[in-house]
Every structure is written in structure tokens, then in C-alpha cells.
Write a protein that binds this ligand. Structure first.
Ligand SMILES: C[S@@+](CC[C@H](N)C(=O)[O-])C[C@H]1O[C@@H](n2cnc3c(N)ncnc32)[C@H](O)[C@@H]1O
Ligand code: SF4
Length: 361
């Protein structure tokens, strides 16, 4: 075999490891050719799967039976609704979805004046061990495929009949611990032949994996990067986030600066306020000092209590005071409204409940 043939062979072998919904357009075109079909079929399939967001290959009415059989053989992974909770307070919908292998995950639809936003999961479980997070209690089960991230959005559109315009990758899982599938997901959801969701309307949040943040910056995407900072000092951060033992705040600030330089996008700093642990005026002053020359924005969120952990949500007064101190120091800051508080707002809680009481669903 000459080198070119070898490369083509490796390419198709790699593509065949993906399910149809996880293939980017160019990969789908190679696959279509490999199963002996004309090139225009790739566009048809891509539009059915990603623009229309169909649940089942059988719905492709203009695609020949033989090709549908090939697609089924290749597989089209996605999610299926198990249950849905609707908040009486603000109309937020929380979905529990089942994957083909029986694992379950959560996605949340939030309705805002500017459009519908969906918070998706990127892994089944998480191995990062953050102290206040329900998603990590059972550890990491597995990474989600790009198809399984995409179908959380498509399924919500199918179920509600409403368009989704914003995506936050802030559900269960550490997206940068599932890096390649995350990038594949972003490229497909942004493809103009599919849902064509602007990269500017996508936010990816991470607990702070420095090498992957650098890699993300080098992709030069125009997504928003959110860093879960939660403390201005290494000492306090280590108490809340085990990953802080690996990467220091100084390294995080350096890579966030790099992210801004490469992409021109301001970084969001997530700060979940835990009573007496990171919500004192001293913490606020230190945070202001740390972020004074960063091109960023702070998002404060009083922590959502979970029953497995002992810590408390900051009181309203401390939250307002924290915000006031940051503002006085010219730091851009907002308090994130906690959506769907009446329906287990803390991410991972519904999935845990389901795992604990499968038979009642
Ligand atoms: C669930 S994580 C998923 C994204 C990514 N793994 C991360 O940590 O940024 C999304 C955000 O929710 C925060 N979070 C987790 N549990 C929380 C809780 N009980 N209350 C408030 N925020 C929480 C995280 O710290 C993070 O900022
Ligand atoms: S906060 Fe994020 S990184 Fe930490 S355990 Fe939860 S999902 Fe994982």
C-alpha cells in the first residue's frame, strides 16, 4: 500500500469507530463513500440528524432503505426521556435521560427573555471530587460521546417543540476531562448544515485542568470559558476542590490570561459561596486583588445544599456584601439566579435519586 492509501484506510477505520450522530460532516462524507453511496447522501443524512434532530434513522424519508440499514448497523447514539420535572417557580425543566447502555444523566432547560438555554452533562458522573457537588459522589462511570451530548439538545427540542439558542456545558462531568468529544460536539452543534448554534452562545465550564485550558485556547474558538474558581487562595481552594492540589491559582490565572489573548473572549469566574468557608469579606478583598488585571467577570452563586454533604449556603446578606466589595474594587460581578430551586437545582441530584430508587420510576 502506498502512503496515501494507508492514510485513507486509517481514516475510515477511525471513522467507523464513531456512531453516525458523532461524525462531523467531512467524516460522514468519507463514511457514505465507503458504504458505496453517492456523495449527496452525506448532506441529506447530516441534515436529518443534526438540523432536524431526528430520534430514529427510520425517519429519513428521502434516504434509501439499504442506506438506512447501514446507518442502523453503524449506530446512532442518543438519549431517551425517563422523566421530567417542571419548576413551578420559574418554568425550568429538568430532564432525566437514559442512554443506550442504561446509564442516566440530567439536562436542564432554562427559559430566559433572550431565548432558551440548555445545560448539558458531559460525562456520566465525575472523578474530580469537588466537595459540594452531587455529580461526583459515585465517581466517573464513563465519558459521553459527542452524539450523547448533542442529543440532549435535540431531545429537548423534540419534546418541547421549542428552539434552543444557548448551551452551557455545566451539568454533570468535567468537560475538559472528555476533551476530544467536547470539541467534536462544539464543531457539530456549530455547523451551519446542522443547528448552527453560534459559538458565542456556548459556555464551557471547568474546575481548572490547566493543560486542557491551554489546548482549548489554541483551538481559537469563540466560546465562553468559565473557570470554577471558588476561592482566591490555594489553601482554601484545596479544601473545596481536590484538583487545586495539582494546579495552583497562579497557573490558572496565567492560562486564563492566555485564553483571553488567544481568543479575545473574557473569562467567567464561577464562585459558589459556601457559608463561612469562602464567603467572608476577607475572601472578597483577596478575590478582587487576584482578578484586578484579568479580563473577566465573576458569577456568584450561593451553593445549593446536597444531602450527602455538610455545608451551608451563604446567607443573603453575605452574598450582597461580597458582591458590593467586588463592585467597589471595579470587578465585573453578577449573582447567578439559582433556577429551579424547587426541583433539585444542584446538578446530579436527580440522577442520584434515580440510582437510589430505580424501581419507583
Ligand atoms: C457541575 S459543574 C460542571 C462543569 C465543570 N465540571 C466545573 O466544575 O466547572 C458546574 C458548576 O456547578 C458548580 N457546582 C457544583 N455543585 C454545586 C452546588 N451544590 N451548588 C452550587 N454550585 C455547584 C461547580 O463548581 C461548577 O462551577
Ligand atoms: S463541580 Fe464539576 S468538576 Fe467538580 S465534581 Fe462537580 S462536575 Fe466534577
Amino acid at each position: 500500500m502506498v502512503q496515501e492509501e494507508k492514510d485513507m484506510f486509517t481514516e475510515i477505520e477511525d471513522i467507523k469507530k464513531l456512531d453516525i450522530r458523532s461524525m462531523m460532516f467531512d467524516e460522514l462524507a468519507v463514511w457514505v463513500k465507503a458504504v458505496g453511496q453517492p456523495a449527496f447522501r452525506a448532506k441529506q443524512i447530516f441534515e436529518w440528524v443534526h438540523e432536524k434532530g431526528i430520534a430514529d434513522a427510520e425517519e429519513m424519508t428521502n434516504v434509501p432503505k439499504k442506506l438506512i440499514e447501514e446507518i442502523k448497523k453503524q449506530g446512532m447514539h442518543g438519549v431517551e426521556e425517563v422523566t421530567r420535572l417542571v419548576s413551578k417557580q420559574d418554568g425550568t425543566n429538568k430532564f432525566l435521560f437514559r442512554l443506550q447502555d442504561g446509564n442516566v444523566l440530567e439536562s436542564v432547560l432554562m427559559r430566559y427573555k433572550h431565548g432558551n438555554s440548555v445545560c448539558i452533562s458531559s460525562q456520566v458522573g465525575c472523578r474530580m471530587g469537588c466537595r459540594f457537588c452531587a455529580s461526583t459522589i459515585g465517581g466517573l462511570i464513563r465519558n459521553l460521546e459527542a452524539s450523547e451530548m448533542l442529543d440532549q439538545i435535540y431531545a429537548i427540542e423534540r419534546i418541547t417543540g421549542e428552539r434552543v439558542s444557548n448551551i452551557v456545558v455545566m451539568g454533570t462531568g468535567e468537560p475538559l476531562d472528555n476533551y476530544d468529544n467536547l470539541i467534536r460536539f462544539i464543531r457539530i452543534i456549530n455547523d451551519e448544515r446542522g443547528k448552527n448554534i453560534s459559538q458565542r452562545n456556548i459556555t464551557v465550564s471547568s474546575c481548572g485542568l490547566v493543560p486542557q485550558i491551554k489546548k482549548l485556547a489554541d483551538e481559537e474558538l469563540s466560546i465562553t470559558f468559565a473557570l470554577s474558581l471558588h476561592s482566591p487562595t490555594d489553601e482554601d481552594r484545596r479544601k473545596l476542590l481536590p484538583i487545586a492540589n495539582k494546579y495552583s491559582i497562579a497557573e490558572l490565572m496565567e492560562v486564563c490570561r492566555y485564553y483571553f489573548e488567544k481568543t479575545g473572549r473574557r473569562v467567567t469566574f464561577e464562585y459558589s459561596l459556601v457559608k463561612d468557608e469562602n464567603d467572608t469579606p476577607e475572601h472578597a478583598y483577596k478575590l478582587a486583588e487576584l482578578l484586578k488585571n484579568m479580563h473577566g467577570h465573576v458569577n456568584l452563586i450561593p451553593v445549593n445544599p446536597i444531602k450527602e454533604r455538610e455545608y451551608c449556603r451563604s446567607l443573603g446578606d453575605s452574598v450582597e456584601k461580597f458582591k458590593y466589595i467586588l463592585e467597589k474594587k471595579d470587578i465585573n460581578v453578577t449573582i447567578r439566579r439559582s433556577m429551579g430551586r424547587d426541583i433539585d437545582a444542584a446538578c446530579g441530584q436527580l440522577r442520584r435519586k434515580y440510582e437510589e430508587a430505580k424501581e419507583t420510576f
